[in-house]
Ligand binder design. Structure first.
Ligand SMILES: Nc1nc2c(c(=O)[nH]1)N=C([C@H](O)[C@H](O)COP(=O)(O)OP(=O)(O)OP(=O)(O)O)CN2
Ligand SMILES: [Zn+2]
Length: 150
């Protein structure tokens, strides 16, 4: 059998601020993030299996990524809980806004590391997360590769 990579793409709108950063992204702002999720596995060879010919059903992959990332981060604002932004986050939360506190600076790099962990924990044993690509703007993205992190 052959190992095959399959990819599913997602889009979500998320706000963030980079506390202490020396550029315009220290301000609260948002992005239309694009996330590409690539997994690898062998297509199911059992002709009687309902998922015959699939590495993983795109729909099942979608459910995992939506539950772990998209539904949580879409239209939320992410703040680093280890900075004074935690006060701003609390205020927003009290006023009914969807806020996510993370224990890292919410750069594309750190968000893609976080997303990799979340998705890996949910994949079936025979499916391996190969890579993630998180696109923040038209010209900026961060990538996570399993081979770089073994
Ligand atoms: N290595 C990183 N650098 C920057 C990050 C990041 O996550 N990792 N993030 C930012 C800002 O959040 C900003 O949103 C993105 O910066 P930039 O690509 O410079 O944004 P522009 O809108 O100016 O992009 P253009 O497409 O070049 O107009 C900053 N740096
Ligand atoms: Zn940004």
């Amino acid at each position: 059998m052959s190992f095959i990579r399959i990819t599913k793409q997602f889009t979500f709108e998320t706000g963030h601020a980079l506390y202490g950063y020396d550029g315009k992204c220290r301000n609260v702002h948002g992005h239309s993030y694009k996330l590409s999720v690539t997994v690898i596995g062998e297509p199911i060879s059992d002709k009687n299996h309902v998922k015959y010919g699939m590495v993983i059903d795109f729909t099942d992959l979608k459910v995992i990524v939506k539950e772990e990332v998209v539904d949580q981060f879409d239209h939320a604002t992410v703040f680093n809980q280890n900075t004074p932004h935690v006060e701003l986050a609390k205020e927003l939360e009290q006023r009914g806004h969807h806020v996510i506190l993370v224990d890292y600076q919410p750069t594309s790099e750190n968000m893609v590391i976080d997303f990799a962990q979340r998705i890996k924990n949910r994949l079936p044993q025979n499916i391996k997360l190969l890579s993630l690509r998180l696109q923040e703007t038209e010209s900026s993205y961060a990538e996570w590769f399993a081979t770089d992190n073994e």
